[in-house]
Write a protein that binds this ligand. Structure first.
Ligand SMILES: [Zn+2]
Length: 555
């Protein structure tokens, strides 16, 4: 073991935080805490992995491994106990997270709200799961924590009392973000409900984190906030400049919500830094960015996890502490590098089976990096669950409904067998895309061949199948897939105009396509994917075959 380079480490997760939105706010003096942090630490882009789906990404951040190794492959998974489906769980993670490794080495490690963190793992510290903040009953009625939401069990009541209910969000909390809230017709427009839910859930997680920092000994604490991501999915279409097609009055009502979300996170950051103290090394990371400018998509594809088209490929990383450079930029960081870097800060070896590397550029002197073949084989209690732990079905349903409301999964099929088939299909689809992202095309191809033969109407499977054939130099087969793809009628995207619209209805474009009418002008061509993709790839094939006329027809 090398000399530790940090006394304590605080890892703060801001889902979807993006420099494109932060930089103008810092320039206007509206994120003073982060501005000071940036001036005394290193900053950079943090490249994401594909597919850009948050549960997979946050588990790569916590393990230093790609999803094929860590086992979290989307938003839901089959539940072997009920025969139905459930949100992804900590029992599905097949490898140790950073808090498991630190537990194994005797450190006091805490984790709060991490994606796929339920049931809370029995680590050497407090673990509060991602199901902790969900309000499952109206204010005033009993609102029990689901079993497994808090470890240790003896602290259950303490943490239950720290939660904030959406109905506790008062006018005083709403008006700074939405000054014209009184003009909203709450029968038709669910914007304030969405707002209160996101705000209260993030306050609950923040309360839990600050309680631990104030009351428990600690060496490491990881806290995850979904607020920026959820506020952006709900309100980014109202962020300035006004997007074409967004009515002026609604723009005026909701235009400050996204900036408000960042300013609120800046305030919470100040509290965390004050409580952590000056001798703590702090990392702030996001799993991806979020399109906020002319690249904002105008439509959401009608497929599971469709809203991920709003995600941008670069998240953020900022690090500040002893032995870390000041006011400098780092380059080439990916989210796989977070765990190896934290291990090095503690003077611990990194696993050779980790896919990330240590962010050596961040250190004022090159750190000594030790390696072991794998942390998975190291003996000792690491606070992971046995694989067969049961999840409370009611709690599972509450989370699944949240995923449906966000558009991350489609409304669940009442037929359990069909719901399981869809969950497995999406897991395989996501894993196959992990292989493409890692350029393991042979493994990806085998999975896409099976997906495309089982679900022949899914254009997305054909498109990726063609991509694999092309990458492997199998042109004729790629061409055949693309020809098939071009004959498929495109599914219309869903226009997302209402904030966090629940059960979004297909818009006028869908009707137009169904009736074979011309699509209205406002319809963006990119939303008709995968057709432009297929045209483009087909054009390239014709071009490479020397068929210029054929190529030109495609572009
Ligand atoms: Zn995310």
């Amino acid at each position: 073991m090398s000399e530790p380079l940090a006394k304590k480490v605080l890892l703060i997760g801001w889902d979807a935080a993006d420099w494109k939105i932060i930089n103008p706010l810092i320039d206007q003096g509206l994120m003073p805490t982060l501005n000071d942090f940036v001036n005394h630490g290193v900053i950079g882009n943090l490249a994401t992995l594909r597919p850009i789906l948050s549960p997979m990404l946050w588990n790569s951040i916590a393990t230093g491994k790609r999803p094929d190794k860590h086992g979290i492959w989307g938003f839901m998974e089959p539940d072997p106990q009920t025969g139905g489906v459930r949100p992804v769980t900590s029992t599905s993670r097949k490898v140790k997270a950073i808090w498991n490794i630190l537990t194994q080495r005797g450190y006091k490690a805490h984790v709060l709200g991490w994606f796929a963190g339920h049931p809370a793992e029995p680590i050497n510290g407090v673990s509060v799961s991602d199901l902790y903040p969900y309000a499952v009953a109206p204010l005033g009625e009993p609102w029990p924590l689901p079993p497994g939401a808090v470890h240790p069990e003896s602290m259950r009541d303490t943490f239950a009392a720290l939660r904030m209910h959406p109905a506790e969000v008062t006018e005083a909390a709403i008006l700074p973000w939405i000054p014209r809230a009184a003009e909203i017709d709450q029968e038709k427009d669910k914007g304030l409900q969405t707002f209160s839910k996101i705000l209260s859930e993030n306050c609950s997680i923040h309360n839990a984190a600050t309680w631990v920092l104030q009351n428990e000994p600690w060496d490491f604490l990881a806290v995850y906030y979904n607020g920026i991501d959820h506020f952006c999915h709900g309100f980014m279409n109202y962020h300035p400049p006004r997007m074409e097609g967004i009515p002026e009055d609604r723009f005026e009502i909701y235009k400050d919500v996204v900036n408000g979300a960042y300013r609120f996170h800046d305030m919470m950051l100040q509290t965390l830094l004050d409580l952590a103290g000056p001798d703590t090394t702090v990392l702030i990371v996001s799993d991806h960015g979020f399109h906020s400018d002319h690249l904002r998509p105008r439509g959401i594809p009608q497929e599971p996890a469709g809203p991920a088209v709003q995600h941008r490929q670069f998240g953020i990383v900022c690090i500040k502490g002893d032995h870390i450079k000041q006011d400098e930029r780092i380059y080439g960081a990916t989210l796989l590098d977070v765990t190896p870097t934290i291990l090095t800060l503690f003077g611990l070896p990194i696993g050779e089976d980790m896919d990330g590397r240590v962010l050596v550029q961040a250190f004022d002197e090159p750190p000594r990096i030790e390696r072991i073949p794998s942390w998975e084989n190291e003996p000792g209690e690491c606070g992971m669950h046995p694989a067969d732990l049961r999840m409370d079905p009611a709690a599972a349903q509450a989370v699944l409904q949240q995923f449906v409301a966000l558009g991350y999964i489609q409304p669940l099929n009442e037929d359990q067998e069909k719901a399981v088939a869809v969950a497995v299909r999406e897991q395989h689809y996501n894993l196959a895309r992990v292989y493409i992202d890692a350029r393991r095309y042979t493994e990806a191809l085998a999975m896409f061949e099976e997906l495309a033969s089982k679900w022949p109407d899914e254009a997305r499977f054909m498109q990726h199948l063609a991509q694999c054939y092309l990458a492997l130099g199998r042109r004729a087969e790629a061409k055949e897939q693309l020809q098939k793809l071009l004959t498929l009628k495109p599914k219309a995207p869903v226009r997302k105009e209402q904030p966090a619209q629940e059960n979004a209805e297909p818009g006028i474009e869908a009707e137009a396509i169904a009736e074979n009418k011309e699509v209205p002008d406002a319809m963006p061509s990119e939303a008709l994917k995968p057709r432009p993709w297929a045209d483009l790839l087909m054009g390239i094939i014709h071009f490479e075959e020397g068929d210029m006329d054929g190529a030109l027809d495609c572009f």
